[in-house]
Design a protein around this ligand. Sequence first.
Ligand SMILES: [Zn+2]
Ligand SMILES: [Zn+2]
Length: 195
Amino acid sequence: MAEPKPPSLALAWYMEEPSLIRWLAVRLSEAYSGARVELLGETVLPQQMFDPVRGQWLSNQVLAYAMLLRERLAAWSDALLLVVGGDAYVPGLNFVFGQAMLGAGVAVVYTERLRPEFYGEPSDEELLRQRLLKEALHELGHGFGLEHCPNPRCVMSFSNSILEVDRKEPRYCSRCAKKLLENGVPVDPRYVLPG
Ligand SMILES: [Zn+2]
Ligand SMILES: [Zn+2]
């Protein structure tokens, strides 16, 4: 079987540092075997998607907005990732680190709870980057059709807390990588757990 060609990704963001997004774009291009990653630029989220009492974005609405962005600005892409500098929730959960449409190539990641400062710790750019990369690979994995993985080190394991984010690696287990390949998304060996 011939190796499928690398996917095309679109990246958009809101209230986040462009330097952080550019760093992420390079990593995602590597992870998906030389994927084309196009920066769509900063977007503006409609304020009615924000719950001022909770101080959080309504993630279901933000995800629907991300789908619209993909349809209108990145119909060429296999997936769009929206990075939001904020916090969000879905009904029934106190918060989410991100959300995706399973197999539909649309994903959102929220960075507020990835920042050490959120937990009263000193700012740490490298830690923030690693956490963002993990959550981006996780949500894009859902966007490419993957469900949660029981391997706690696999990036597709479910994270209910920042400790669980820190415990996993920014890599897919071999089972998840194989499924991605079957779904047409080749993963670079550097982003696959050994064994
Ligand atoms: Zn998940
Ligand atoms: Zn896995």
